[in-house]
Design a protein around this ligand. Sequence first.
Ligand SMILES: NC(=O)c1ccc[n+]([C@@H]2O[C@H](COP(=O)([O-])OP(=O)(O)OC[C@H]3O[C@@H](n4cnc5c(N)ncnc54)[C@H](O)[C@@H]3O)[C@@H](O)[C@H]2O)c1
Ligand SMILES: [Zn+2]
Ligand SMILES: [Zn+2]
Length: 437
Amino acid sequence: MQAVANKLQERMGTIPTDIQPEYKPVEGGATMKALAWFGTNDVRVISAPIPDITEPDDVILQVTGSTICGSDLHLYHGEIMALQKGDILGHEFMGKVFKVGPNVKNLKTGQRVVASFQISCGKCEYCKDNLSSFCDRTNNSSLQNYMYGQRDAGFFGYSHFTGGFPGGQAEYVRVPIGEVNLLPIPDNVSDEKALYLSDVLPTSYHTVVDTGVKPGDVVGVWGLGPIGQCAARWAILKGASRVIGIDRVPSRLSFAESNGIETIDFSQHSDVTKRIYELCPRGLDVALDCGTFHEPKTLTHKIQKTLMLETDVPETINEMIVSVRKMGRCGIIAAYAGFANNVNVGALMEKGVRLIGNGQAPVRKYWEEILNDYIIPGKFDPTFMITHRVPIDDMAKLYRAFDNRIDGVEKVFVETQFSSAPSAGCPAISRVDDWST
Ligand SMILES: NC(=O)c1ccc[n+]([C@@H]2O[C@H](COP(=O)([O-])OP(=O)(O)OC[C@H]3O[C@@H](n4cnc5c(N)ncnc54)[C@H](O)[C@@H]3O)[C@@H](O)[C@H]2O)c1
Ligand SMILES: [Zn+2]
Ligand SMILES: [Zn+2]
């Protein structure tokens, strides 16, 4: 798939954008540690050139915190198009400002900042509404334009389908348009509390807000990885009367239960919808897809996906459509790439279900609100989901461990040579080889 996608992209040429993805290496040839993609299930920690200021709006960060996201697993499985060997991955990271380009006025060397996972221009129609993930001017992928009719913003470390920008699972990153894409962090907010403003916090908040969770709602959350655990928490903060989480990983189910979420283990209840109606005869008010499309559970979709008759699977979407009440709302924040067969379009139409593609979360719309209204006053402490801390040297092993969900892993803090010591109450450093399987 990668070869075909890259060929097509090459043939169509790139679309002009405000910024270019490639960076200029620093003079002298100094290198850094970075995680790069080489093929399906093949990622490696490599020595890569340290980026220098390439365009006048750039900021170079020394990364003080990075992590892995469920979206990285789609890359790991080779299910996002237009990956190229040697691409540096990682879209959720924070750091200290190391160098600023001549146009950058609001940031100083040494300042602590968190990066938005998407790169937005700050000026287009979407950026003016803070819909940063939908920025029109930063993603050069003609392939995405062909498939979707339009393009998302460029993303860090997320294939040439989203612009081909090197990512933040690295010791240094070049952040284009740094004034727009970096948020300064106050001294009294620890790195562990700030890092996830990059992605998982705005993303999980966005699905709850965009799908319209209201006080009293009964909410179903498919997938209890970091996104699902946070979405469940936001739903309760927005007044949901009950949250029912669906997964099959025992540690994730019991973690959700310890946080007041009812659960359904789909390895025990193969008919998830039937179980939902047993627990909630009226049907759910809201269903949120926080799962993943690369793990089909029915034979028919295993076969269709293997034969490339579909790129994605509709199982969760169908369960959500059937499980909500008439006029219920279903939000999809889980990433999908292309096509899924057998969608229950009859139930969707006849029940008047509102099926909402939440899109990639517009980080800039929410990050200040989450920092100022939830993290600083202590209403939402993101450290609840951090289970491990590892050095960047273990990044490739972390992909395997996170994919296999071993040792109760939820969210991980990845440190570099520039990181501070762990904050009180947060996990100490561990090595992936020492995790239990
Ligand atoms: N839209 C965005 O802006 C955005 C941003 C970040 C992540 N995401 C997406 O959100 C999703 C979740 O991310 P994460 O970091 O929590 O990932 P994760 O892989 O850690 O968690 C996914 C969970 O879904 C569960 N699951 C798999 N199939 C399921 C099924 N049929 N029913 C119920 N649960 C099922 C898995 O067991 C796993 O626990 C991913 O698809 C990711 O790509 C989207
Ligand atoms: Zn992500
Ligand atoms: Zn824009």
